[in-house]
Design a protein around this ligand. Structure first.
Ligand code: SF4
Length: 698
């Protein structure tokens, strides 16, 4: 029996809304309620958050280090990890090893992992599953603003005249944000909600207009809107002249997207498109909320910039109720971006420019800092397959389920000479192919910080004792670093030591040139860090209380202070339907599950919502099947067996399959085993939303 102390305020384990949660001890276990004072949720929780107390049991936990499935002591396991990495580096060089992290890691864990790989092993090969989630938005923001900086905050949703929701089933994937928009609509019925999605989802319940566009045609739609803005003299020429570059070329490139051309390309009626233009041209305050439907694309970066162009061209950015607003999938996708967890980042929003490498080297006291980006997630696992990477440490994620072309990922890992996995679950599809498994602390047991979609840093606080031999990720990584000979740089005693160092680095030789600056938090005592209230970055001498909204002064992070409009040439997905695979499969979340279900799968209440994997499709696309039949869903990469769910609201030619199920819960249900590993050339993000398939009754 685990002991339970007093009520604790923490942050939800799941999506990037980042809700504050109060965990209240009961006679048996805990109940979760929304934290009233947290700006992300103001007391609300979705059903997943409310069920957090039902997922805390130790069933299935990895509680002791294991080497080839045999329990060992920590010192044996850590020696084996350090020895394995050292031997590989000695024989094959630093580029032969890789770390693959996760948006489930706390910022402090992420920071230490990134520091070890990029600062001391000297390779850029640290990437993260956030590559599957947000990488396109990162590049889109950097191209437009000169920094990976989300301009908006959740309060803006309360103030907008119109919210466009594109590429997101917000009602299920980010429910508290959806509730916030629904509440604003209730209070101000004149507020317009537009949902852009090939699929009819629960989010359409509050929509004034739904645009069921052709899968993958989003960039053309936003170019068409930009052109309509020009045709109707709605461009903010003063804003463009004073605060941007690239407007002329961008508007010129958009001219081909006439009403008729856009309607044709996007598969929409002219009338529906006109209704869309009318709303967005008339409204004063516009938010475009976007998520995986935009990012998970072979042209995801261009789609992001097509959205941002629209906001820049009309000056609807940096003001209350305005802006392009990406919402992240994971609890700490943003924190990972902040520490440099993506392979193309070094640390604290710095890249691999020589001056950045030197600056970070000075700060860390290392002359081994990586000088070039490493491999992104998809390329990292290809490099394992090709034998270039010979040792990988996977932390808090399950790539055998979640990466595209997942069967190939499993085969590659099975052949890799050294696979180390830190996790809280003993039997996952990925631990099955691991040589060394390290038991990490889980949510409720570990302590640190996370950053949500509105740049808000919140504390995750421990309220449970460490189970078995499980340890914090930062401790595990530091112990290995010390065994590799880097004792002084990894002598942390407390996660607050790491947070302070991270905050100092963000402001180190900065002079206001980098967006991510939390140097104002670098002096927190351990007690102050423990009690830290949610705060939005930047937090520095100019903004000691944090920053609600960016770009209010019209200044951006490119050296000339101006934003960039980017001319866009829309492209369709790489893989298009054929006579063999005539339907387009879309993938995504269901309301009550999270990622590969290792936590939510423990709650009977959550499993009741949808208990098995399914395929949703228009009845005309498989007339021989009835509700509840078993369907075989095939792509050029593999096949699955799923429950048939015909739905006449779905567009013909499109099917939807949830992403969560894996071999722990259902045989032949890993949807990523059907998906091609083709990626956006700028962001490396896979095209997980548009895969040609065929469906047949089984
Ligand atoms: Fe947790 Fe997201 Fe639900 Fe909030 S909306 S309670 S962060 S899953």
């Amino acid at each position: 029996m685990r002991c339970y102390p007093t009520a604790v305020s923490t942050t939800c384990a799941y999506c990037g809304v980042g809700c504050g949660v109060r965990m209240q001890p009961q006679a048996e276990g805990f109940t979760a309620s929304g934290e009233m004072s947290h700006p992300a949720n103001l007391g609300k929780l979705c059903v997943k958050g409310a069920a957090l107390g039902e997922t805390l049991n130790l069933t299935g936990r990895l509680l002791q280090p294991e080497i080839r499935r045999v329990p060992v002591s920590w010192s044996q396991a850590l020696d084996a990890v350090a020895q394995g990495l050292q031997d590989t580096i000695r024989q094959h060089g630093p580029q032969s090893v890789a770390f693959y992290g996760s948006g489930q890691l706390l910022t402090e864990d992420y920071y230490v992992a990134n520091k070890l790989m990029k600062g001391f092993i000297g390779s850029g090969n640290m990437d993260t599953n956030s590559r599957l989630c947000m990488a396109s938005a990162v590049v889109g923001y950097k191209r437009a603003f000169g920094a990976d900086a989300v301009p908006c905050c959740y309060q803006d949703l309360d103030k907008a005249d119109c919210v466009i929701i594109t590429g997101s089933n917000t009602a299920w994937a980010h429910p508290v944000v959806y509730q916030r928009i629904a509440q604003a609509k209730k209070e101000r019925p004149e507020m317009q909600i537009i949902v852009i999605d090939p699929r009819h989802t629960a989010t359409c319940d509050i929509a004034d207009l739904h645009l069921p566009l052709r899968p993958g045609s989003d960039a053309a739609l936003f170019c068409g809107a930009l052109n309509a803005m020009r045709e109707h003299n709605k461009i903010d020429s003063d804003f463009l002249q004073q605060h941007t570059q690239g407007a002329e070329d961008t508007l010129s490139a958009a001219q081909r997207w006439t009403l008729a051309a856009t309607a044709d390309f996007c598969g929409l009626s002219v009338e529906r498109l006109q209704a869309f233009y009318q709303i967005i041209l008339a409204c004063e305050r516009l938010i475009t909320l976007f998520s995986m439907g935009i990012n998970q694309s072979s042209s995801g970066v261009d789609k992001c910039n097509a959205i941002i162009n629209l906001h820049l061209a009309s000056g609807r950015i940096g003001r209350e109720g305005c802006g392009p607003f990406s919402i992240t999938g994971q609890p700490n996708a943003m924190g990972g971006r902040e520490v440099g967890g993506l392979a193309n980042q070094l640390a604290a929003h710095m890249g691999f420019l020589p001056e950045d490498v030197e600056r970070v080297g000075r700060f860390w006291g290392s002359n081994r800092v990586a000088t070039a980006p490493g491999l992104n997630a998809v390329d990292m696992f290809r490099a394992i397959e090709e034998g270039q990477i010979k040792a990988i440490w996977i932390m808090g994620t399950n790539p055998v389920v979640s990466l595209p072309d997942a069967d190939r990922v499993r085969t590659a890992l099975a052949r890799c000479p050294l696979v180390i996995v830190s996790d809280i679950v003993r039997d996952t599809d990925t631990t099955q192919v691991a040589h060394i498994c390290l038991p990490a602390l889980g949510w409720g047991e570990k302590s640190g910080t996370v950053t949500n979609s509105e740049r808000c840093i919140s504390r995750q606080r421990a309220f449970l004792p460490p189970p078995g031999e499980a340890k914090p990720d930062w401790w595990i990584i530091s112990q290995v670093a010390q065994r590799l000979g880097f004792e002084e740089a990894f002598s942390y005693q407390h996660p607050a030591d790491i947070f302070r160092e991270h905050a100092r680095l963000s402001g180190y030789e900065n002079e206001g040139t980098r967006a991510f600056d939390i140097s104002g938090l670098a002096q927190l005592s351990n007690q102050q860090w423990h009690e830290m209230r949610p705060i939005q970055w930047p937090v520095n001498a100019n903004a000691p209380l944090g920053t609600l909204r960016l770009f209010s002064d019209g200044k951006f992070y490119h050296p000339d202070g101006k934003a960039r409009l980017i001319p866009i040439t829309p492209r369709l997905p790489v893989n298009l339907p054929t006579i063999f695979y005539p339907l387009v499969m879309n993938t995504g979340r269901v309301r009550d599950q999270w990622h590969t279900m290792t936590r939510t799968g423990k709650s009977a209440r959550l499993m009741q919502h949808i208990s098995e994997p399914f395929c949703q499709y228009h009845p005309d696309d498989c007339p021989t099947a009835q509700q509840g039949d078993v369907l075989r869903v095939s792509s050029a990469y593999g096949w699955l067996l799923l429950r048939a769910q015909p739905d006449s609201l779905q567009a013909r030619g499109s099917v939807f399959v949830p992403m969560h199920w894996n071999n722990q819960f259902s045989q032949q249900a890993r949807v990523d085993s059907l998906i091609a590993a083709c990626t956006d050339p700028l962001s490396g993000q896979p095209e997980s939303k548009q895969m040609p398939v065929r469906i047949q009754r089984w």
